[in-house]
Design a protein around this ligand. Structure first.
Ligand SMILES: [Zn+2]
Length: 224
């Protein structure tokens, strides 16, 4: 795992210095893959595209902000980058969005890819308690349920996009539409995501709507 060079951006609203985290390279060694598409990879941390300023609360797409300072500037960095100055002494970590903030953001966005990612991030967040504790109650909130339902037709429409269709089938399962989930799984071959499909199908047949690890860590077997 190799983090990207330390990069600092400015909050577009209050001008606070914020870290922009990222990876130069990573891998999925030791990763746990989940039925909702979330990957818990110690060597490939998940850095969401939208974050919140801890000072003024502004929600921003951090990767779109100009770099203010970078540890090892490359020739591709913007002109005017403060390359030779020392890093600012006070820099804050941006905050991650809550489920409610993701859902409210999704309503304001125009780009479908960003709307999709934002709703999926909210969904993953809602599933985190069940990842920590398989006995945790699994119920998606009304607004999240509605957002996932709105996303479904787009996920299921492309016959060539196995990943999206499987995610659609998983949403059907997690929202209790087990029959529709099984129909969807039957209609698509899912040659590249076979293991996930088999598990999602088995859970749908049992009418189990909880998120599950596709490859639990060996130690997890002792917990279940
Ligand atoms: Zn701010």
């Amino acid at each position: 795992m190799k983090p990207a060079p330390l990069t600092i951006v400015k909050c577009p609203s209050c001008r606070e210095n914020l870290y922009r985290h990222g990876m130069a390279s990573g891998n999925t060694f030791g990763a746990v893959f989940w039925t909702d598409g979330y990957i818990d990879a110690p060597m490939l941390p998940h850095y969401p595209g939208f974050v919140k300023c801890p000072v003024c609360g502004k929600i921003m797409e951090i990767n779109n902000l100009p770099k203010f300072w970078r540890e090892k500037p490359s020739i591709f960095d913007e002109e005017g980058l403060l390359q030779k100055q020392p890093a600012p002494s006070k820099v804050q970590d941006p905050l991650r969005l809550s489920i409610e903030e993701y859902l409210s953001l999704a309503k304001r966005l125009r780009d479908f890819g960003k709307i999709k990612n934002t709703i999926i991030n909210a969904w993953w967040l809602a599933n985190h308690p069940a990842r920590e504790n398989p006995q945790a109650p699994h119920q998606l909130s009304g607004p999240l349920y509605a957002a996932l339902e709105r996303l479904l037709p787009a996920l299921l429409k492309d016959p060539c996009d196995e990943q999206s269709r499987l995610m659609g089938a998983e949403i059907l399962r997690e929202t209790g539409a087990f029959k529709a989930c099984l129909t969807e799984l039957k209609q698509t071959r899912f040659s590249r995501v076979r293991k996930s499909k088999i598990l999602i199908r088995r859970l749908a047949l049992k009418k189990d709507s909880r998120v599950q690890a596709i490859n639990p860590r060996p130690s997890d077997y002792w917990l279940r």
